[in-house]
Design a protein around this ligand. Structure first.
Ligand code: ASP
Length: 413
């Protein structure tokens, strides 16, 4: 019997995972079948993420170095940099703008009080995260002994070392062509292994979603229904309307075309809630299905997975307004501008792992004097919201690689 295509299997896996998770949730956490099911799902789901993480570091390292090295001419390298960073900052700015507009219009949390959540906030101590310190830490984390960074799986530091290596290879011309050939073969081999890992993706994604849905805290979800609706609504607006529109305007590619090529990565991001774990799949989609040249994809996608996070930026701004409403403070225009800027910095600094945005959100709250402890209210629902914002984060990276490619080709022609 012929199996359906991998894309279709992944979609079935996701739908089936949500249904089975809801069934286990209905049985209750004490039910033996539910316990066994969630245990098995957790084993399979973790195995899938482990495999993706295993290949992540060699893949990122080779892909960035090769990507940069293949942008042979200097001025082309410069243009890729500038275009990519401009795209990242603009798309995140639009996302934050949407969140602020929606937050001011719908005012989620107005009429509720922080005191209502006293129970949730007990025992929660927010970590201090002042902006100068955060910035210093971020900067300090950029340049690390590459062997340490590779062995620790420190994506940001691996990215910066690979960037430098790539630049050195460009500068040297043909002198180190053996090293470049080695890296190119390393990249091809890593991609081959990603292909194998993807064969179990339908199962892995199903397992991750079973666990997520089965363990969801429904009570908190309904208390915060309005906030959840505003966040989900704006995130969807950004992911389904804004980003596809940007893609269409710049490249003429339709949303359907994009969805067909990108869905493996989008569904994996949804299930893993981690841009980093999804990165091998995102690279595969960009270069194999969306026809982004390896030199562009190899640079834009890994960099995007670490710093370009539209969904996270949007969420951080929306949550700041929500918490301000809970405390009964109306944020002034200036304060909202500070939220705008810090939300962008916090999103850029958040690593691509589950709930990372929650940690860096402290920065946004503190910048306008809101109580960071209020994050405790959002924690129980975070895993659920993280699914969607990670999907939009990953979508932004792929759209970015297509737009950058188009802008550069226009310039070259
Ligand atoms: N989970 C997100 C990501 O990996 C980061 C976040 O928590 O917002 O992209």
């Amino acid at each position: 019997m012929k199996l359906p295509s991998l894309n279709l299997q992944i979609l079935f896996g996701a739908v089936f995972g949500v249904m089975l998770g809801a069934y286990f949730h209905g049985l209750g956490a004490d039910h033996q079948v539910a316990q066994g099911g969630v245990y098995a799902a957790s084993l399979v789901g973790t195995l899938f993420i482990d495999l993706l993480k295993m290949i992540l570091i060699p893949l990122v390292f080779c892909s960035i170095a090769v990507g940069i090295a293949n942008l042979r001419q200097h001025d082309q390298m410069h243009r890729v940099w500038v275009t990519t960073l401009l795209f990242f900052v603009s798309s995140m700015a639009i996302a934050i703008g949407l969140a602020l507009l929606a937050g001011n219009y719908f005012k989620p949390g107005a009429g509720m009080h922080l005191a209502m959540f006293e129970h949730a906030m007990q025992n929660f101590q927010a970590k201090q995260l002042p902006l100068p310190e955060f910035f210093a830490q971020f900067l300090h984390g950029l340049f690390v002994n590459p062997f340490l960074a590779l062995s620790e799986g420190n994506v940001l530091a691996v990215v910066s070392f690979a960037l430098m290596l790539g630049i050195a290879l460009v500068m040297a011309g043909d002198r180190y062509k053996n090293v470049l050939a080695l890296l190119e073969e390393g990249l091809a081999l890593s991609m081959q292994m990603v292909g194998w890992i993807m064969r179990i993706a339908p199962l892995g994604i199903m397992a991750l979603l079973i666990k997520l849905v089965a363990q969801q805290d429904v009570a908190m979800l309904s208390t915060l229904a309005k906030f959840v609706a505003v966040v989900v609504g704006t995130t969807l607006l950004h992911g389904v309307v804004v980003l596809p529109l940007i893609l269409y305007l710049f490249t003429g590619k339709t949303p359907w075309w994009f969805w067909q090529g990108a869905r493996e990565a989008l569904v994996t991001a949804f299930a893993t809630s981690s841009s980093s774990a999804t990165l091998p799949v995102t690279l595969r989609c960009a270069s194999a299905h969306l026809q982004v040249k390896p030199a562009i994809a190899g640079f834009v996608i890994p960099l995007g997975a670490t710093i370009n996070m539209d969904g996270t930026a949007l969420y951080e701004a929306a949550a700041a307004l929500f918490i301000a409403n809970l405390v009964g403070i109306e944020l002034s225009f200036m304060q909202q501008l500070i939220v705008f800027i810090t939300a962008m910095i916090a999103a850029m600094g958040a690593p691509g792992i589950p709930s990372a945005g929650m940690v860096t959100m402290v920065l946004v709250l503190q910048s306008v004097g809101l109580p960071a402890e209020a994050i405790a209210i959002l924690l129980p629902i975070d895993r659920l919201l993280d699914t969607l914002r990670t999907t939009v984060n990953v979508e932004g990276d792929m759209v970015g690689s297509l737009v950058v490619q188009k802008l550069l080709s226009k310039h070259a022609s």
